[in-house]
Design a protein around this ligand. Sequence first.
Ligand code: ADP
Ligand code: MG
Length: 289
Amino acid sequence: MKGKILINAYLDSREYLYEAERLFEEFEKLGVDVSVVRLDKYPAIISDGKISIDFFADFFVYLDKDKYVLTMLEKSGAKVFNNARAIQTCDDKMSTYIALSDSGVPMPKTLPGILCYNQNEKIKEKNIEKIEKELAYPLIVKESYGSLGKRVYLVKNREELLITLETVKTKPHLLQEFVEESRGRDLRVIVVGQKYVGAMERFSDVDFRSNVGAGGKGRKADASDEIKNLSEKIAKILNLDYCGIDFLYKDGGVTVCEVNSNAYFFTFEKVTGINVAKNFAEYILSVLK
Ligand SMILES: Nc1ncnc2c1ncn2[C@@H]1O[C@H](COP(=O)(O)OP(=O)(O)O)[C@@H](O)[C@H]1O
Ligand SMILES: [Mg+2]
């Protein structure tokens, strides 16, 4: 059996490359022939109306969120981890909340953003009033696509809200209740094959965001059975083979912040001592058997 670990053409941070290296290592230990392939040089094409792709394998671990090559691989019958639909649902934070809604999964009060197609459009007073009626200040504005805490804004008053809406109004975004109790702190849970693997608490003394990329630190954490069950339920609803779920602390329990189909596990493996790559590789082989 041959597998390929596909990585983005441009990303090359240590944390990103670590994932591919670790998976490669664990597959090798399991006697599986894998290689790491960068999605360079436009490896897929539609020509004469037909898909052709430069490589094939029995399975692909897709460590990218770029959907086109992935959906082309799937359409060509390849076995991919994660699947394209799951990655796309997670990539768009608002779509994640919609997918998880009406299933008993706790999540912060959230308004889908109103998209402007023209940067010159003036934000309407009645729309601001609706936000203020549903969500008190401070509140969170988030671009639907973003990671590492980079496109998440804490807004303290109307003036800041207007400034922030100006920067996000032409991009998919959402408005959300700020969960004060969880300021600078969250719980990252890794789930593989819809089974709970482990948890890490992330905390920051310098920012409301706890992302490791934004100055947050991680430490090993224990999750209650309730959180474990909730995590597995979320992975199942979203049909994810692998994910990292961010939970905010609320009222003695948790509420979902976001689900990462492509969660980095560099810090997670370091602070928890849990072998995520081995878990993921073994799971993939169990599915392919
Ligand atoms: N509604 C919220 N209330 C409190 N903190 C939040 C809220 N949403 C996000 N955060 C903080 O911001 C961080 C980044 O937000 P998140 O939605 O996970 O985006 P990203 O994809 O950039 O990690 C979270 O880990 C959390 O610390
Ligand atoms: Mg996050």
